[in-house]
Design a protein around this ligand. Structure first.
Ligand code: LUZ
Ligand code: MOS
Length: 763
C-alpha cells in the first residue's frame, strides 16, 4: 500500500501545526532564554519589554499556578528558570504579544541579572566532579576479570562520538486555547501527547482531564519531540490558561537549535580480549554520556547504550558501565537509536583496532563472532529467531563482498590520489521500550452506519507512515477496502495514557491494539451474518467486503451487514488494549527479557577519499535488512533509506560544536552540515531478507524506525579504511564524525621515518 499522506504532502495540503487556522484574539509567544550556561539568577529586567508595542504580558516562574517542574524520569527541570540557570538557551520568561514579530522583538529587550558560575561541557570533567544525573549502571555477563588471562590478544582504547541535531523540518511549537470550565486544548507538534498533558496538568495545578492534547502530524520528530515538545506545549497552555486567550508558540529555527537538546555525545574507554582464532572472549567498556543540564530521557538512553554495547556479537564475558554526566548544555534527549548507536560505535571501534593490531580485516572478526540462535545478550535475554548470520550470508552472496574487497584493493594499488575503503556494518536492535510498563497501547475503532470506519490510536504520524500501517492492519483484519478507513488525529481524550511514538514500537503496539479491536468487531459482524444466514460461524470470513462461506460469496456485503448490525443494536465501536507479552526487566540484577524481538541487518559501505584534499564521497551502500514480512515495503524501504542517511550524517559530517562557555557554535546550516541530495550515496541497494518475520511484530512486519540508522556507522569505518589505504602507518583516533578536516589531518600526519632527513644537520 502506498503512503496515504503522499498526495497531501506533495500538494501542500497536509496540515502541520502552523497550518491550523488561528482564532481571533490569539496571542503570540516568544521565549526569553538564558544567555549564560551557568549562573545564579538574581533578577529580571522586564520594563523595556513590557513597554514594547503589542506586548500583553510576560510570564515568569512566579506566574506558575502549579509546580514549576517538567522533569520526567527525574524531577530536575523547571519549566521556567528559577534561582539558577543551567544552560544557555534555558527558558526564563515567555513574552505574550499581539503579533509574533512583536513578541520576538520584545523578548530581545529583556535582561537578566546572572552571577556566572563555572561551566562544565565535558562529561569526563563532570564525572570527575561527581556530577551524575543518576547512579551508574553496570551490565555483566560471565566473568570478565578472570577471562583476560585466557585472551591471546588484548587491546584497549577510547572512542568518542559527537552529538546530532534532529533538524526536523517543522520546528517545535504548540497552539493552546482555553475551553470552558477552566480547561485547555493544546495542539502540539509532539511525539508524546500524554507527556504534554501530564506536565501541563502538573504546571497548571489542574487534573489531566482538563487538558486535551491533539496532534494531526509532525514534520519530523526523530526523538527530538519525544520529551522536548513538552515545554513549548506547556508554555502555550500556561498562557492560554492564565489569560483565557489562545496562545501560539512556534520556535524560530535558531531558537530551536540553541534551546533544545540533541543526541548525546559519548566518550568511552574499552578493553577487548580475543582468542588466537579471533573469537571475542572479553569486553570491558565504560561510557561517559554527556547528558546536559537535566535528566530528560538520559537515564533511559544510557540504559539502551548498555543493551546494545555488544551490537550483534556474542561475547561470553562482558562488563559494561555507564555514567550519565551532568554538564551545562541543553539537556540531551532521544534521537533515533536512543543511545544504541553510541554503544555500537565503541564495539566497532574496538574491533577495528584489534583488526589493525592483528593484521586481519575487521570483517573477519565481525563474521566470526556474530550472534547465533540461543546466545545470551549481556542482560540475560537469549537471541531468538536470530538473523545475524542470515543477513551477513545473504549480503556476502548478493553483493559478492569478496570480489568487492578485491576491486577496492586493486583500485588502491593503481590509484595514488584517491583511495577507497570498504566497511561492513552488521546491526542488531532490540524492539520494545526498555521501560517495560511503556509497552502498551490502545485503539478506538468506530464503524459508522454507512460502513465507513474511523480509528483513533496513540500513534503519532511524523512522516514514518504509521497511519498507513494502521489502515493496512484494519483493512486486513476487517476484510474491507482501505479507502473506507480513516485515521483520526492523535487525541488524549479519545485514547488516553499513551506512550510516546518512539522506540520503533509505535506500529507494533498501536497496530496490535487496532487488530484486537477489529477482530472483536469482525467476530460480532460474523455472528450476525451467521444468525441471518442460519449457518455456522466457523465457515464464515469477511474478505474484500464479501462475506464468504467456505469460499463462496453470499448475499450480504459489508454495508448491508453493518446497517443490519446497527438495527439489531449491535455495538459497532470497540476500544482495545494491547500490552506486549513476555517482556520484563529487573534493574536489581540488570537482567531480564526486555525486548519483544530484535531486528538484524548487514550493510557494506564504500567510500573514496581524495588524498590531497581530505574530502570524500560515500559511493555505495548495499545492505540486507531484516524487515520480517513487510506489510508496506515502500514505506519500510523509505525508513531504511532515511535512517541510513541520517546515520551517515551523524558519523561523517554533522559536527555539533559548543565552546567552553556552552555556546552552540554550529548554530546554522552553514556551520552544521547535514546530508543533502549530493552527499547521499549514488548507489544504495536494499535487499529484503526472506524470513517468516516475528509473531510479536504486527502482521509479522518488523519495526523499522531506528535500526537502519546504525548502518551509518559503516560510513565512518569506510572512510577510515580509505585513510589507512593511503597511510597504513596512521591509526586515526576513533572520533566521530570523521569530517574532511579530520581526514586531512590524518593524511598529513608526520611520517616518522621521514623526519630525520628534514632536520638540518650541522656541516
Ligand atoms: N524511548 C523510551 C525510546 O522512553 N524508551 C526507549 O526504550 C526508547 N527506545 C528508543 C527510542 N525511544
Ligand atoms: Mo525515538 S529516539 O524513538 O523518539
Amino acid at each position: 500500500m502506498h503512503n496515504l499522506d503522499a498526495a497531501g504532502h506533495v500538494r501542500g495540503e497536509s496540515q502541520y501545526l502552523d497550518d491550523i487556522p488561528v482564532q481571533r484574539g490569539t496571542l503570540h509567544a516568544a521565549v526569553y532564554a538564558s544567555p549564560l550556561a551557568h549562573g545564579k539568577l538574581n533578577g529580571l529586567r522586564l520594563e523595556a519589554a513590557l513597554a514594547a508595542p503589542g506586548v500583553v504580558r510576560i510570564l515568569t516562574a512566579a506566574d506558575i499556578p502549579g509546580e514549576n517542574q517538567i522533569g520526567g524520569i527525574v524531577p530536575d527541570e523547571p519549566l521556567l528558570a528559577e534561582g539558577h540557570v543551567h544552560f544557555r538557551g534555558q527558558p526564563v520568561a515567555l513574552v505574550l504579544a499581539e503579533t509574533e514579530p512583536q513578541a520576538r522583538a520584545a523578548a530581545k529587550l529583556i535582561e537578566a541579572d546572572i552571577e556566572p558560575l563555572p561551566v562544565i561541557t565535558d562529561p569526563r570533567v563532570a564525572h570527575a566532579q561527581g556530577e551524575l544525573i543518576v547512579p551508574p549502571r553496570t551490565f555483566r555477563l560471565g566473568a570478565p576479570a578472570a577471562a583476560w588471562a585466557q585472551c591471546a590478544h588484548i587491546i584497549e582504547g577510547t572512542a568518542e562520538s559527537g552529538g546530532q541535531e534532529h533538524l526536523y523540518i517543522e520546528t517545535q511549537g504548540a497552539y493552546a486555547y482555553p475551553t470552558e470550565q477552566g480547561g485547555v486544548r493544546v495542539h502540539s507538534s509532539t511525539q508524546g501527547p500524554t507527556a504534554a498533558q501530564r506536565h501541563g496538568a502538573r504546571v497548571l495545578g489542574i487534573g489531566m482531564h482538563r487538558i486535551e492534547v491533539d496532534v494531526v502530524r509532525l514534520g519530523g520528530g526523530f526523538g527530538g519531540k519525544e520529551d522536548q515538545a513538552t515545554p513549548w506545549a506547556v508554555l502555550a497552555a500556561l498562557g492560554a490558561y492564565l489569560l483565557r486567550k489562545p496562545v501560539k508558540l512556534v520556535l524560530p529555527r535558531h531558537d530551536d537549535l540553541r534551546m533544545t537538546g540533541k543526541r548525546h555525545p559519548y566518550s568511552s574507554d574499552y578493553k577487548l580480549g580475543l582468542s588466537a582464532d579471533l573469537k571475542l572472549l572479553a569486553y570491558e567498556v565504560t561510557f561517559y554520556q554527556n547528558a546536559g543540564a537535566a535528566a530528560d530521557l538520559s537515564p533511559a538512553v544510557l540504559e539502551r547504550t548498555l543493551f546494545h554495547s555488544t551490537n550483534t556479537y556474542f561475547i561470553p564475558n562482558v562488563q559494561a558501565t555507564a555514567y550519565s554526566c551532568r554538564t551545562n548544555l541543553p539537556p540531551n534527549t532521544a534521537f533515533r537509536g536512543f543511545g544504541g548507536p553510541q554503544g555500537m560505535f565503541v564495539i566497532e571501534s574496538a574491533i577495528a583496532k584489534a583488526a589493525e593490531k592483528l593484521g586481519v580485516s575487521a570483517s573477519e572478526i565481525q563474521r566470526r563472532n556474530l550472534l547465533q540462535e540461543g546466545d545470551t545478550f549481556p542482560f540475560g535475554q537469549p537471541a531468538e529467531l536470530c538473523n545475524a548470520h542470515a543477513c551477513w550470508q545473504r549480503a556476502e552472496q548478493a553483493f559478492d563482498l569478496g570480489s568487492w574487497q578485491q576491486e577496492v584493493d586493486a583500485f588502491n594499488q593503481s590509484s595514488t590520489l584517491h583511495k577507497r575503503g570498504l566497511a561492513i556494518m552488521p546491526i542488531c536492535f532490540g524492539i520494545s521500550f526498555t521501560k517495560t510498563a511503556m509497552n502498551q497501547a490502545r485503539a478506538l475503532v468506530h464503524i459508522y452506519t454507512d460502513g465507513s470506519v474511523g480509528i483513533s490510536t496513540g500513534a503519532v504520524e511524523m512522516g514514518q507512515g504509521v497511519n498507513t500501517k494502521m489502515v493496512e492492519v484494519a483493512a486486513r483484519t476487517l476484510g474491507i477496502r482501505s479507502n473506507r478507513i480513516r485515521i483520526e488525529t492523535t487525541n488524549t481524550t479519545r485514547v488516553a495514557n499513551t506512550s510516546p511514538s518512539a522506540a520503533s514500537a509505535t506500529a507494533d503496539l498501536n497496530g496490535k491494539a487496532v487488530q484486537l479491536a477489529c477482530e472483536q468487531l469482525r467476530k460480532r459482524l460474523l455472528a450476525l451474518a451467521a444468525d441471518e444466514l442460519c449457518i455456522a460461524e466457523e465457515g464464515l470470513e469477511i474478505c474484500d467486503e464479501r462475506v464468504l462461506t467456505a469460499g463462496h460469496p453470499v448475499e450480504s456485503d459489508w454495508e448491508k451487514l453493518v446497517a443490519a448490525a446497527y438495527w439489531k443494536r449491535i455495538n459497532l465501536s470497540e476500544h482495545a488494549h494491547y500490552a506486549t507479552p513476555d517482556v520484563w526487566f529487573d534493574q536489581k540484577t540488570e537482567s531480564g527479557y526486555p525486548f519483544a524481538y530484535h531486528v538484524y541487518g548487514t550493510a557494506a559501505v564504500q567510500a573514496t577519499v581524495d588524498v590531497l584534499r581530505g574530502t570524500y564521497v560515500l559511493d555505495a551502500v548495499r545492505l540486507v535488512h531484516d524487515f520480517g514480512q513487510s506489510m508496506a515495503p515502500g514505506i519500510d524501504r523509505g525508513q531504511v533509506e532515511g535512517g541510513l542517511v541520517q546515520g551517515l550524517g551523524w558519523m561523517t559530517m554533522e559536527e555539533l560544536l559548543y565552546d567552553e562557555q556552552g555556546r552552540l557554535l554550529s548554530n546554522t546550516l552553514s556551520t552544521y552540515k547535514v546530508p543533502d541530495l549530493y552527499s547521499v550515496p549514488a548507489d544504495v541497494q536494499i535487499e529484503f531478507l526472506e524470513t517468516e518475520g516475528h509473531p510479536r511484530a504486527i502482521l509479522r512486519s518488523k519495526a523499522v524506525g531506528e535500526p537502519p540508522l546504525m548502518y551509518g556507522i559503516g560510513g565512518y569505518f569506510a572512510v577510515r579504511n580509505a585513510i589507512r589505504a593511503a597511510r597504513p602507518d596512521v591509526a586515526p583516533a576513533f572520533s566521530a564524525p570523521i569530517t574532511p578536516e579530520k581526514v586531512l589531518m590524518a593524511l598529513c600526519a608526520p611520517r616518522p621515518e621521514a623526519a630525520p632527513s628534514t632536520v638540518p644537520t650541522a656541516a
